[in-house]
Ligand binder design. Sequence first.
Ligand code: SF4
Length: 200
Amino acid sequence: MREMLLKRIDIEHVEPCFADESKIRLIARIPVDVSELMPYLNAVLANASYVGERSDAGEERGGTASAAVGGGDRPALTFTKGARLVTVYPRKVTIAKADDIADAEETLAWLCEKINHVHERRNEITPVYEGKIRIKPLDIYGLLPQTNCRECGEQSCLAFALLLLQEKHPLADCGPMVREEKYADKLRRLREVLDALGLS
Ligand code: SF4
């Protein structure tokens, strides 16, 4: 008989997206722990990035992207579905850039199917544990204006970079970055990095 792990994933919290307030970002609760299935999902999703279990507490204190992605939750699997950015944690999912609730529910139903699929077929799938994203605050700092102007309310661009990775600031809080044409190229690259991390 067909074994179904998940019936549905319910939305718990919704808010406007940082980067585009016409879109929403949300948190949904997975009713079972899917940690063990995440490397299998990583194998079947073409554009996924898997961040495994924490292996080095010192590295964590240094502020890897893993920490940023998971906000302390690991493992984490991030991927895009159209314009949406989806991050799966052991017991929750975050989606950024969903059009609306109906769009988010459709994405969650699709994810539910994918999780059930890898659960049922995991003996036939080779799990993939690679695809770690390793972005540090200094990498983000390199893409900021580096003027330490304090318009964002922080003492320095490096402090802002750290807080950006911790989701305590939206990128829009760096006024010069979003306002001044001379930073347009850096802004585009930084948005790409934040998109890949599910932080936009
Ligand atoms: S507003 Fe931007 S440029 Fe100014 S200190 Fe903050 S991060 Fe740096």
